[in-house]
Design a protein around this ligand. Structure first.
Ligand SMILES: NC(=O)c1ccc[n+]([C@@H]2O[C@H](COP(=O)([O-])OP(=O)(O)OC[C@H]3O[C@@H](n4cnc5c(N)ncnc54)[C@H](OP(=O)(O)O)[C@@H]3O)[C@@H](O)[C@H]2O)c1
Length: 336
């Protein structure tokens, strides 16, 4: 197989390279792409160091078995149509094509059947959406009417620069500086306010009409598209917290049927790669895992449950889902 990773030097791209190794795919050629800035740098793959190449129209016109894009929406919009025209299968991690009709938005455990006989661009959903739809997938048999979700999203969800910004602030604090003062004086900022020891009740841009953020809207629109059900009402509130890896989510789900707690838990666990835990699971414990953990299950009314969902945003919320799409696409379409 020939695979290309676009955005290979980023948080998600590096994990994709690591997972290509972990998934033990029969890779004959692995090509890594990033901007001119990183061209010539090296990334470890198995026992070698691969050289990062500059992303160009020419390299995207080549033939690949799979191209994994993880370099932001602008890069995806500019380069993935070129790769698609060349007949390639592209798994795109950005939000560029998620809402487009005809482009499948895939979580393989839920709607992997959409990959059958499909070539072109496949959209990988947003990190906060993936773990929520996985956690609730099993209870869809009881009829999901409403979801109220508050997210506690980690810093790595905003990429490498966001983590560096946080580490700088940790260092300032360690040296006894006033972090807010130092933050005001610094030039390029990922976050509007210091993330160190803080919570940011906004992710993305605000829609002036509704006050909802772009991250809030992803939770609404992507959930409906993945479940193929526009009747579900989602009330989201996305927030950033000062943890490094793994997003947490408080999720309230209102069902059509009255079910007991053990039936609910059994249904949650029926989705592959989702585990219920009687003990609380925190972001620190979920980091590095490919499992979506559900804990703190509470029955709040005859048809209302509240749960705590946590998963590694770089793995489950991005790179692992992309590799699971690749593996499922390969499995379904090679069978014929
Ligand atoms: N982090 C998450 O939890 C997460 C989850 C789901 C989805 N995503 C999505 O995944 C994408 C990448 O996120 P990330 O967190 O990995 O970001 P990141 O750490 O900031 O990495 C960005 C990557 O894109 C490359 N890039 C930037 N501009 C480019 C250009 N003009 N041409 C070619 N390559 C370019 C960068 O290369 P250089 O080294 O050359 O700058 C780097 O490899 C985004 O679309 C993001 O929304 C992220």
């Amino acid at each position: 197989m020939k695979i290309g990773v676009v955005g290979a030097t980023g948080e998600v791209g590096r994990m994709m390279v690591q997972l290509i190794e972990e998934f033990d795919l029969p890779v004959e050629e692995l090509r890594l792409f990033a901007s001119k800035r990183s061209a010539g740098s090296h990334i470890k793959y198995k026992h070698t160091e691969l050289v990062v190449e500059e992303l160009t129209d020419e390299v995207m016109s080549e033939s690949y078995d799979y191209l994994l894009f993880s370099a932001g929406g602008g890069v995806s919009k500019r380069f993935s149509p070129i790769a698609a025209t060349a007949g390639n299968v592209i798994i795109d991690n950005s939000s560029a094509f998620r809402g487009e009709e005809g482009i499948p938005l895939v979580v393989p455990e839920i709607n992997g059947h959409l990959l059958e006989n499909y070539r072109g661009i496949i959209a990988n959903p947003n990190c906060s959406t993936i773990q929520m739809v996985l956690a609730l997938n099993g209870v869809r048999d009881f009829g999901i009417r409403e979801i109220v979700v508050s997210t506690y999203q980690s810093i790595s969800g905003a990429g490498r620069k966001a983590l560096d910004e946080y580490y700088n602030q940790v260092e300032w604090f360690g040296k006894g500086y006033d972090v807010s003062e130092k933050f005001e004086q610094s030039q390029k900022k990922v976050f509007e306010k210091p993330i160190f020891s803080n919570v940011m009740p906004l992710i993305g841009e605000i829609d002036p009409e509704t006050g909802m953020s772009s991250e809030d809207l992803k939770l609404i629109n992507e959930t409906r598209k993945i479940y193929s059900d526009d009747s579900i009402t989602v009330y989201p509130f996305a927030a950033r917290v000062a943890s490094e890896y793994s997003h947490g989510e408080s999720v309230l789900v209102k069902l059509e049927k009255d079910v007991d707690v053990s039936t609910f838990i059994e249904a949650v666990q029926s989705t592959p790669n989702v585990k219920y835990s009687q003990d609380i699971v925190t972001p620190l414990e979920a980091a590095g895992s490919d499992i979506t953990y559900v804990s703190r299950v509470r029955k709040m009314g005859k048809d209302v449950f509240m749960i705590w969902v946590v998963a590694d945003n770089i793995r489950v919320g991005a790179a692992t889902n992309a590799l699971r799409i690749l593996a499922e696409h390969r499995r379904i379409n090679q069978r014929r």
